[in-house]
Write a protein that binds this ligand. Structure first.
Ligand code: 4NP
Length: 154
């Protein structure tokens, strides 16, 4: 099987999807799973910017440095580069489906579809809330990352 390549997608690529990418990289490394990972936003608001400082601090609480990540926008070519494209919420999933090239090979779903009992749910946007909201985000994306690593190992 070719090496899995996973793209995590949210709106701005500075809060949820960088945390999801970081959680997945950590879980894959722990499990000895070889996989490519990246993240992107459906919007163009934060291209070239580092993650939100609250996201950087939250990852750091778990020993992970995401300060070097930089925001980018999803491109149509991503649907050929990645085997899995995982959206944080329904709006971003709908926007991905809208721009997806016909016949693309990526598996497109909500990120929390991977987690038993959370299928169909969104990872809430922590951008407007306080820093504790980022911990909720971290816990959600970590559960999805663990489930994805388990699935990819099977
Ligand atoms: P994210 O959060 O989609 O999880 O990165 C947001 C970041 C920025 C904005 C909205 C959501 N914004 O409106 O700039």
């Amino acid at each position: 099987m070719p090496e899995p390549a996973v793209l995590f997608v949210c709106l701005g690529n500075i809060c949820r999807s960088p945390l999801a990418e970081a959680a997945f990289r950590a879980e894959a490394a722990r499990a000895g799973l070889k996989a490519q990972a990246d993240s992107a936003g459906t919007a163009n608001y934060h291209i070239g910017e580092p993650p939100d400082p609250r996201a950087i601090r939250t990852a750091a609480r778990f020993g992970i440095d995401i300060s070097g990540y930089r925001g980018r926008q999803v491109q149509r070519a991503d649907f050929e580069r990645f085997s899995h494209i995982l959206a944080a919420d329904h709006t971003n999933l709908a926007n991905l489906e809208r721009i997806a090239p016909a016949g693309h090979g990526a598996r497109l779903s909500l990120l929390l579809d991977l987690v038993p009992d959370c299928a169909g749910q969104a990872v809430a946007d922590p951008w407007y809330g306080d820093e504790e909201g980022f911990l909720v985000t971290w816990n959600e994306v970590s559960a999805a990352a663990r489930a994805l690593v388990t699935e990819l190992q099977e």
